[in-house]
Design a protein around this ligand. Sequence first.
Ligand code: BG6
Length: 521
Amino acid sequence: MATSPSSPGSETVRHPFLQGLSKHRGAPPTIIVIFGASGDLTARKLIPAVYNLAYDNLLPADFFLIGFGRKHIPDVEFRKLAASAVKEFSRRELKSEVWNRVAAHTSYCSGEYDDKAAFKKLKAQIDKLEQQVGREMQTLFYISTPPSVFKPILQNLGSSGLAGRHTGKGHQSKVVIEKPFGQDLATAQQLNATLAAVFSEPQVYRIDHYLGKETVQDLLVQRFANAIFEPLWNRNFIDSVQITVGEDLGVGSRAGYYEESGCLRDMIQNHTMQLLALTAMEPPVSLDAEGIRDEKVKVLRAIQPLTLGPAGDVARAQYAEGLTGGKPVPGYLEEKGINPQSATETYAAIRLSINNWRWQGVPFYLRSGKRLPRRVSEIAIQFKRPPGTLFAAEDGRFDLAANTLSFQIQPDEGLSLILNGKIPGLETRMQPVKMSFRYATTFGSNTPEAYERLVLDAMIGDSTLFIRGDETEASWKLYTPVLDFWRGQGRAGMDSYAAGSWGPLSADALLAKNSHVWRQP
Ligand code: BG6
């Protein structure tokens, strides 16, 4: 799959991180098997990620892709579907020189996920590829199916011998497993047990695509590669932290999935908590996978159980009709495929306390929702106000803002710091000013997609940006009582917010207790 230096891919590798990757990282010969090959995620993210890795010459010379799914699809048809996925969803245009290299190594295998014979057929297909290239290759099983078939797939990978291929020469089989990783603590524990019966932990890659986002990785660099932040990164200087993961989209065509899931399971338990863990964890002893994941688990375990009920730590709501991008949109209960009596939340906000030396007394506020005014994810660190003795005037001349450091995860990726500055003039008047760094301005805008990074990392065997079993359980432990409580409540206590607004009043009330307000990112 690798090409000569004059290929389209090699000419355009300009991003500094990618240059680093291409020089220092080499994936071994690999066969990726995607379960759920005709699904949405495969088309939107996985096939484009493989294509862009090929474009950048980051795939090994011996690389094969097998799509596995229930539908019967001839190889040639699957390649056509994959090519249209690249055309529609890749960040780069489809170049035939690049795509032909991928297509020539792409095939399809159809079968039921609980059918042993189908896995035998898959194994024969893999063995044949190995014979063809005359060497053993690692197999990366990417499970991108609905969760109802995770278990049969894993069991069949075990019983067919696919999970334990070539174990005499290291872990030659790996499994990447998509979210949702369980529905609550008990189901996450069961899934971890099913995985552990078939694979050992170093073979397992639980994906949370937020960890593959460039700016999320930059959070670690900003915190630990700069000397100025860490001395201030604690309860002596920080007043509060707000994490927002907002979307302007509604439930779209995913009504069936979303009704079962809701915002807490879909966004808060995983993506938002990963942002919190990286923001709040202690400096790791090393940057390797275990160093970082040990610290994330520690901080997740230090979070205090949430108070439920009136005046508790949690708010939930559904969007009502409103405006998105200036256009009228229906409320959640009127969306196609949604139960008009649904008790599924499209918005959740949480107030957390981390009971450790660094963070005691600093509230962490998390929120996520569909149909907010715009798509925005950010982490905002609000510092304590300076003592007001020097610049205190009752006539409002000194409009002192709290210093706020915000990491803009997406879109318009970057970092900004709010400071107080003097307005030029003969009298002393002040105004908050913003110091900003923008990725696109400094590095150009061709940033790799999260899935490119994560697929490559899994091939290489680097699990730093994947979630360990105990991490996911620590997060479920916090939220399972909330889900149980909500189930008991039905629709009681479900707030609403107009589509296109920043969320319900009950979310504002969570902050009012400490005289805080939500930012308007
Ligand atoms: C997914 C959720 O994990 O993340 C979706 O299931 C959500 O509901 C998506 O839309 C958001 O991802 P991103 O990368 O667009 O912020």
